[in-house]
Design a protein around this ligand. Structure first.
Ligand SMILES: *[C@@H]1O[C@H](CO)[C@@H](O)[C@H](O)[C@H]1NC(C)=O
Ligand SMILES: *[C@@H]1O[C@H](CO)[C@@H](O)[C@H](O)[C@H]1NC(C)=O
Ligand SMILES: *[C@@H]1O[C@H](CO)[C@@H](O)[C@H](O)[C@H]1NC(C)=O
Ligand SMILES: *[C@@H]1O[C@H](CO)[C@@H](O)[C@H](O)[C@H]1NC(C)=O
Length: 190
């Protein structure tokens, strides 16, 4: 049952994503990052008030990303590539939230079940330079993924939740936008 649901969700969100990205393409490209980072490409994502910005290098096959989403200060955000081509399971995620000491923190976590630990773990994809900021009611995760080899098109998944307990992001809503937050991303496109 879970498998069927995932494929239906995937189809819906892929067609929805392509429609929405056309009508709102200008918004992310007008965004100025607080530390003046510049990214050549971006897409406004169809749900969860989120955008993905990136620079892809054909030479190194690395992608420098910034995932940005509106979130309350005590919430969390996450963005992931899923090279297995599925939804949540297999996601190679970057997560960010405000640590109870006051600092924004970000790290990688590999999602291997529907009840993931959300603790830091290594990814199947090389990842470096992970950091996070909270600016104007938005959380932003920065990071570099790759080398990605010859694959430039991936299923990506994004997520967010309102609660972090003991520095561990807690389960996100299981309906609405939180189950529509996946799509296809091609790093060679703008
Ligand atoms: C982006 O900026 C341009 C130039 O300032 C402006 O004309 C356009 O309306 C802006 N688009 C959005 C979606 O804010
Ligand atoms: C992205 O690429 C542009 C153009 O090459 C460059 O100016 C910019 O510094 C790069 N941004 C990051 C965050 O690497
Ligand atoms: C808060 O904790 C994180 C994770 O241990 C650490 O990286 C960061 O430097 C700490 N910040 C402060 C202000 O202590
Ligand atoms: C991508 O690389 C893999 C492994 O090196 C190879 O099997 C595959 O044929 C390549 N695909 C393309 C489209 O070049």
């Amino acid at each position: 049952m879970a498998k069927t649901t995932t494929s239906i969700l995937l189809l819906c969100s892929l067609s929805f994503a392509s429609l929405v990205s056309i009508s709102t393409a200008e918004a992310c490209s007008n965004y100025s990052f607080p530390s003046n980072q510049v990214f050549g490409s971006c897409i406004d994502l169809p749900v969860l008030q989120a955008s993905l910005h990136w620079n892809y290098s054909q030479l190194t096959t690395k992608v420098h990303i910034a995932y940005r989403a509106t979130q309350i200060p005590k919430g969390w955000i996450a963005w992931a590539l899923n090279p297995m081509g599925r939804g949540m399971i297999g996601s190679q995620a970057l997560v960010a939230f405000r640590h109870f000491n006051g600092s924004m923190i970000a790290y990688s976590t590999s999602i291997t079940s529907y009840n993931p630990s959300m603790l830091p773990s290594e990814l199947g994809i090389p990842v470096s330079d992970i950091s996070a900021e909270y600016v104007d009611k938005q959380m932003i995760i920065f990071g570099v993924l790759g080398p990605l080899g010859n694959q430039t098109s991936f299923i990506h998944v994004w997520q967010g939740g309102s609660t972090v307990l003991e520095n561990i992001p807690q389960v996100h809503p299981l309906s609405g936008e939180n189950v529509e937050s996946l799509g296809l991303i091609n790093f060679m496109s703008s």
